[in-house]
Design a protein around this ligand. Structure first.
Ligand SMILES: Cc1cc2nc3c(=O)[nH]c(=O)nc-3n(C[C@H](O)[C@H](O)[C@H](O)COP(=O)(O)OP(=O)(O)OC[C@H]3O[C@@H](n4cnc5c(N)ncnc54)[C@H](O)[C@@H]3O)c2cc1C
Ligand SMILES: *[C@@H]1O[C@H](CO)[C@@H](O)[C@H](O)[C@H]1NC(C)=O
Length: 448
């Protein structure tokens, strides 16, 4: 008989990676993944930046090597001001220091690499598409998931990997309203362009990616140009703008069309008297409206612990703790959660513990895992606060004085390597070493 019965809601980055670790650690488990999307469109689009801590998890899964030739590998981020003056080069990754470069890559490529691995383990993992979870109920003995089509399924444990708008989270917390995602007032808009179209405007031949900081929100506080393929010819570019929800031209109208997105970029960066450099203006001018997209940023309150009373419902990834994309760590955290939780589940479901998770032993393991992950969020949060502060420009930056201070702060942080030090804590995280502290050596031996 298959044991334990593990149910995963959501086949995003966290759900797929968790399932793969589990097959290695719990070879008798049956793993069912329920996903609302259709099998024909399993992934969302866009590109994603993966820092060394994210890549280490993918390396442990055996897919990192296959991703290297499919994305843009780099070490340093070039910071410039709106006039294209050099501010700093920030080392964010690197083989010698962290074992990995950073990798910007299309999200669907990472997703399909994970799916291919899942297909190799089809005797243990099944993905059921077009299935929307509606609610989850746990009892002492098991947990039941109800779907919107009226069907339901029962298992030993449910892992919520259903992203920021998580349905499972609503069933899990006592006061669901307090955990509803809230629009942050910030939105990213971006598009794609090729290096050959804009290279001539990179006057000092600054190494990519370029992150430019401008004077204020109304004329654009930031503009990022970032390659995402191996040859470094395909670029994504984007900005983060403040757009209050109550605003009449609020972001909801953006869904109306791609031309609108391009015109917002033009208004922000290229209107008469714009302080922005030619690189930015030309990037927008030469870009194809069809390539534009937008992402409103949502956040939700983080629960005190990531598992339920009877330990049968567990949250990971954005379902547990979505973070603003400005820190570029959301997916990395989802991967770290998945790997550390897999070790923890393997340690919880042992014969010695009566082969169940709703036991003092099972709950103790989960509590150690959850506390550890919350501590980790705090480290990331510190870095993220600094990054988003720099990116959004924010209220204080409208005056010339504040702007100057901000620019110097960035320069100084880069110069002193302060960001670099935080990066070390972020980049060097190794789930195997971390989990070994609360998970027995027997489990870790199976992790190789
Ligand atoms: C614009 C943008 C840029 C980003 N850039 C970066 C970056 O550069 N680096 C980085 O590390 N992170 C980045 N992130 C964050 C990152 O994308 C997320 O943190 C990551 O995808 C979280 O993974 P997840 O598996 O928890 O959730 P998701 O990837 O959101 O997956 C959730 C899955 O659950 C499914 N689902 C949802 N509800 C249900 C339901 N009721 N029933 C069944 N299935 C359901 C969804 O269809 C989806 O497949 C970015 C995010 C955004 C929006
Ligand atoms: C990153 O910057 C460091 C320090 O300036 C430099 O030595 C290194 O070569 C750069 N890395 C890449 C990939 O350009």
């Amino acid at each position: 008989m298959a044991f334990p019965k593990i149910i995963i809601i959501g086949s995003g980055l966290s759900g797929l990676s968790l399932s793969l670790f589990l097959t290695r650690l719990l070879p008798t488990a049956s793993i069912k993944i329920y996903e609302v999307r259709p099998s024909t469109h399993p992934s969302t689009s866009g590109t994603i930046n993966l820092t060394p801590n994210a890549l280490r998890v993918l390396d442990h899964l055996g897919i990192y090597e296959s991703l290297i030739p499919q994305g843009f590998n780099f070490d340093n981020l070039t910071l410039l001001n709106h006039q294209f003056d050099f501010l700093a080069s920030i080392p964010i990754a690197g083989i010698s220091e962290f074992g990995y470069q950073s990798l910007r890559i299309e999200r669907r490529i990472v997703h399909s690499a994970l799916l291919r691995k899942v297909a190799e383990r089809s005797s243990q993992i099944e993905i059921i598409y077009d299935s929307k979870c509606e609610s989850v109920e746990e009892s002492d003995a098991d947990v039941t998931v109800n779907f919107t089509d009226g069907t339901s399924t029962t298992g030993d444990v449910v892992i919520a990997c259903d992203g920021i708008h998580s349905t499972v989270r609503k069933s899990f917390v006592k006061d669901p309203k307090n955990f509803n995602p809230k629009y942050t007032g910030q939105i990213s808009i971006g598009g794609t362009i090729t290096k050959s179209q804009i290279q001539e405007f990179n006057i000092n031949n600054n190494p990519y990616p370029l992150m430019m900081f401008g004077p204020e929100s109304s004329t654009g506080a930031n503009f990022v140009v970032w390659p995402y393929d191996r040859s470094g010819d395909k670029f994504t570019f984007f900005t983060t703008l403040s757009k209050p929800d109550e605003d009449n031209d609020g972001w909801k109208s953006y869904a109306d069309g791609k031309e609108l997105l391009k015109s917002i970029m033009q208004e922000t960066f290229s209107s008469d008297g714009s302080p922005w450099n030619e690189m930015v203006k030309k990037t927008i001018e030469l870009s194809d409206a069809e390539g534009y997209a937008f992402w409103p940023y949502y956040l939700h309150s983080i629960p005190e612990k990531f598992y339920s009373e009877k330990a049968r419902v567990i949250l990971i990834g954005d379902a547990a703790h979505a973070m603003p994309p400005s820190g570029g760590q959301g997916a990395a955290m989802a991967f770290e959660d998945a790997e550390t939780l897999a070790y923890s589940l393997a340690a919880a479901f042992t014969a010695e513990s009566g082969s169940d998770i709703n036991t003092p032993h099972g709950r103790e393991i989960l509590s150690k895992w959850s506390d550890h992950r919350i501590e980790r969020m705090k480290t990331i949060h510190e870095m993220k606060e600094r990054m988003s502060d720099m990116r959004k420009g924010g209220s204080g930056s409208t005056s010339g004085f504040m702007f100057t201070v901000k620019v110097w702060t960035i320069w100084l942080l880069g110069f002193l390597g302060v960001l670099g030090r935080t990066r070390r804590a972020v980049n060097n995280y190794d789930a195997r070493k971390e989990a070994a502290v609360w998970v027995g050596g027997g489990v870790m031996a199976k992790s190789e």
